[in-house]
Design a protein around this ligand. Structure first.
Ligand SMILES: NC(=O)c1ccc[n+]([C@@H]2O[C@H](COP(=O)([O-])OP(=O)(O)OC[C@H]3O[C@@H](n4cnc5c(N)ncnc54)[C@H](OP(=O)(O)O)[C@@H]3O)[C@@H](O)[C@H]2O)c1
Length: 309
């Protein structure tokens, strides 16, 4: 079997496409034959060692989290899926890496793939959509009839948040690059503003302000939020955790693995309410240069980079 792995933390130059022997699934785990895997910003962060307190110093490490594929084998006690099931899910932060021909993960990290999604569309969803769902519901406590502002409304998390908030009966405003305003409006965002908007024009209008691009100044978010509303930041730093511990509207999300949330986002996709665009699809054998280029690309990425074994 082949997978993309690395033997030390570092930039994209540490990546290798190498042979490996996937583990047999242990109790509660599944072995999945990967059909497509999607690139997320956190993959590069983990590879650079930014989460080494969690990911440790055991090498080689696989790369990649989100995938779709077919269950090859299940471990003891697994009832959630069976061999032959088509699934989407995540490899887990300690996991074997999804940029591979086979991946082992907890059965709670996969859910049935909606039949109306391609392998690529299914692989695109897990991390961005679960993050958006948890940002809106757990941290934002969003309810039907409320209003949300999504900064970076056309990124993977932002676009997921727009679509999920609309399914919840909320109204959604947001920001994106000026040249993409029409695309945001087509998604149901109103009003749409550019990244350099004047927050005073939307002061105290929103029950939930979600910074899905990680770029909004705190004072802008404070201007936008209604009294009693919530500000949700998804790009954590130690300083932000300290701020979130203080009383007030500010919350920081670290996405948690959740079988229920994966089921929820797959349900929204099955209903036709949730899709993410694909920027490019590359074979596993050509993925390292594509990953390197994608990581360094300035400007809009145009959707998810997908790797197919
Ligand atoms: N807390 C967690 O557990 C968690 C989980 C998932 C993701 N994240 C983080 O969330 C962030 C977004 O992830 P993603 O997968 O959605 O990435 P993505 O698809 O690359 O989206 C990033 C978005 O930010 C937009 N952006 C660029 N400049 C901006 C600005 N000045 N103001 C507002 N938005 C701006 C980009 O617009 P253009 O495309 O036009 O440049 C793009 O739409 C990343 O930092 C990621 O690491 C955190």
């Amino acid at each position: 079997m082949k997978r993309i792995q690395y033997h030390e933390y570092g930039g994209p130059e540490v990546l290798r496409l190498e042979e490996y022997e996937p583990a047999r699934p242990g109790p509660g785990e599944v072995l999945v034959r990967v059909r497509a895997a999607a690139v997320n910003p956190m993959d590069a962060g983990i590879r650079r060692g930014r989460l080494k307190m969690v990911t440790g110093r055991k090498f080689p490490r696989g790369l990649g989290h989100d995938f779709s594929g077919v269950v090859e084998e299940v471990g003891a006690g697994v009832t959630r899926v069976r061999a032959g099931d088509e699934v989407l899910g995540g490899a887990g932060i300690q996991g074997a890496g999804a940029f591979a021909e086979m991946v082992v993960t907890a059965a709670t990290n996969v859910t049935m793939k909606p039949a109306n999604l391609s392998w690529e569309e299914a692989a695109a969803l897990p991390t961005p959509a679960v993050t958006a769902h948890q940002a809106l519901t757990v941290k934002g406590r969003l309810r039907a009839g409320q209003s949300v502002f999504v900064a970076g409304a056309l990124g993977a998390v932002g676009r997921s948040a727009v679509q999920l908030a609309l399914t919840m009966g909320a109204t959604v405003a947001g920001s994106c690059r000026d040249t993409a305003a029409g695309e945001a409006r087509d998604l149901g965002v109103a009003p749409v503003v550019g990244f350099d908007f004047d927050p005073a024009q939307l002061a105290a209008r929103f029950d939930v302000v979600l910074d899905a691009g990680g770029k909004l100044p705190l004072r802008t978010m404070r201007t936008l939020v209604k009294p009693g509303g919530r500000i949700v930041d998804i790009v954590p730093t130690p300083a932000k955790f300290a701020r979130a511990a203080l009383p007030g509207p500010y919350e920081v999300l670290v996405t948690k693995e959740s079988a229920a949330d994966l089921d929820h986002i797959a349900g929204a996709a099955r209903d036709g309410a949730l899709r993410l665009p694909i920027a490019a699809t590359v074979p596993l054998g050509e993925a390292i240069p594509a990953l390197t280029e994608f990581e360094h690309r300035e400007g809009p990425k145009g959707g998810k980079l997908i790797i197919v074994p």
